[in-house]
Design a protein around this ligand. Structure first.
Ligand code: B12
Ligand code: SF4
Ligand code: SF4
Length: 387
């Protein structure tokens, strides 16, 4: 068995496995200044209530330590974390670009479809980055073992006992932006992260060079956030539209609804305004291809979906996490923010729905429309979407 892991080998094999970038970082000793600082950032963030109802982030082990800041406790053998990034950028418009009237916004990361599994004239089947990246991580893990011999390892996309973005920074993938995303000078921030925790030592001469913080005096993301969820390098997730539309179940606090605008699943605004994403390269990835119907989807099309159409479109897609009920609640709020009176009949119908959350959101939205609606321009037609 080889004694050390080399960054060059990781990079080469990670690219062969389908990643855009990869790096490796030593797991720092349990009680250094750096680990203490990172741990206390995470603990304070949880203690402030910034994680909202995301209970999985708050899980503690039997010693009462937060699982996500206890890599040493969970895997005492862990020496190196390999961090891999997969670009999901596409040539489609941004959420902040002018869009057809009556359209909502689904976050870019959730458009993905599998081009390699579709026939020429068939629509793309949904794909989910968790599955796509995990498969690639396992391929990388197996090929590393072919080269180096057996070692302990665990592959994770989102679910490991670590904050992936912390290790992404240690591994030189990028810097932590003021919007809290990891940014890479060459490819911006439209990428997913996946990690392999390993028992292999990184060669002594291979210290990843941490990327310099290139946010400078820019504050565009903070200024653009419609719900004031950001302070520099820190997010209050309970105010973030991504949290509200994807993770939050039940009623969305009323004071945040107007800021949600037309976002019906996730939010891209603080990345869309980022100057480092202006020239971000477009991905060439058959498993993460944008599904056209999901770019600027018509609110009427989303509202008309029943559960079986929702399943056809979103089973196996990140959008499934919001569930049918969550997406309809979000569409009702986006309709309320549209200033378009033609949604009133739909909202009135939903105001009598069985689901109390939908009823409440629809009643709020109808009331808002009555106060804010623009008169329809002559000949204005309903925007009913795609397929
Ligand atoms: C929970 C979660 C969310 C929550 C909370 C987000 C948040 N900022 O924490 C919500 C639902 C809001 C969310 C939204 C999104 N998410 Co998310 N999310 C996660 C998840 C599962 C955990 C994140 C976490 O632990 N947060 C806790 C906080 C405290 O961590 P943190 O902000 O990263 O801060 C730590 C460090 O960065 C450091 N730190 C913070 N500030 C500073 C400043 C300095 C100077 C220093 C030195 C250190 C430092 O200390 C903190 C504590 O350790 C990760 C996957 C994972 N396992 O890590 C994906 C992840 C972060 N999300 C991702 C994505 C793509 C998104 C969205 C773009 C989706 C969308 N379009 O709607 C948005 C982006 C919103 C944004 N501006 O971050 C990607 C990010 C990729 C990238 N390039 O950064 C990840 C890594 C998923 C993945 N596997 O690819 N997400
Ligand atoms: S994702 Fe949207 S709501 Fe969340 S911090 Fe960024 S701009 Fe604000
Ligand atoms: S918008 Fe500006 S401050 Fe925000 S992450 Fe990008 S460069 Fe940094």
């Amino acid at each position: 068995m080889a004694e050390f892991l080399s960054g060059g080998l990781v990079d080469r094999l990670a690219r062969n496995a389908g990643f855009t970038l990869a790096g490796a970082a030593r797991v720092p000793a349990a009680d250094t200044e750096t680990t203490r600082e990172e741990r206390s950032r995470f603990e304070q963030w949880i203690a402030r209530g910034a994680a909202g109802e995301m209970e999985y982030l708050k899980r503690r082990n039997e010693d009462g330590k937060l699982v996500r800041s206890s890599l040493h406790a969970v895997f005492p053998w862990a020496k190196t974390v390999i961090v891999c990034a997969a670009n999901y950028n596409s040539a489609q418009p941004r959420s902040i670009d002018p869009a057809a009237e009556g359209t909502g916004w689904i976050a870019r990361y959730a458009w993905s479809g599998n081009g390699s599994a579709a026939g020429d004239d068939e629509p793309l089947r949904p794909s989910d980055y968790h599955k796509v990246l995990l498969k690639r991580l396992r391929t990388l893990d197996a090929t590393l073992k072919e080269h180096l011999g057996e070692f302990e390892s665990r592959c994770y996309v989102d679910t490991g006992p670590l904050v992936e973005r912390v290790y992404a920074r240690y591994a030189g993938i990028g810097w932590t932006g003021k919007n809290t995303c990891i940014l890479n000078q060459r490819i911006g921030s439209w990428f997913f992260l996946g990690v392999i925790v390993t028992s292999m030592q990184l060669a002594p001469e291979e210290v990843a060079i941490a990327a310099a913080d290139r946010c400078g005096s820019c504050t565009r993301c903070i200024d653009a956030c419609p719900t004031q969820a950001l302070k520099p390098y820190e997010m209050d997730a309970t105010r973030c539209i991504s949290y509200l539309t994807i993770e939050k179940r039940g009623v969305i606090p009323e004071e945040l609804r107007a800021g949600m605008g037309r976002q019906v699943f996730g939010c891209d605004i603080c990345q869309d305004v980022c100057p480092w994403n202006r020239k971000a390269p477009v991905a060439d990835d058959a498993e993460l291809m944008p599904r056209e119907g999901l770019v600027n989807p018509a609110l009427e099309w989303l509202a008309a979906m029943d559960e079986s159409v929702f399943s056809r479109w979103f089973n196996g897609s990140p959008v499934a996490r919001a569930k049918f009920a969550g997406l309809r609640r979000n569409v009702a709020i986006a309709m309320g923010n549209s200033m378009t009176g033609r949604y009133l009949p739909q909202l009135m119908a939903w105001a009598h729905a069985d689901d109390p959350v939908l009823r409440e959101a629809a009643a709020w939205a109808a009331e808002r429309l009555l106060q804010t609606q623009k008169a329809p321009s002559p000949g204005q037609e309903a925007n009913t979407n795609p397929q």
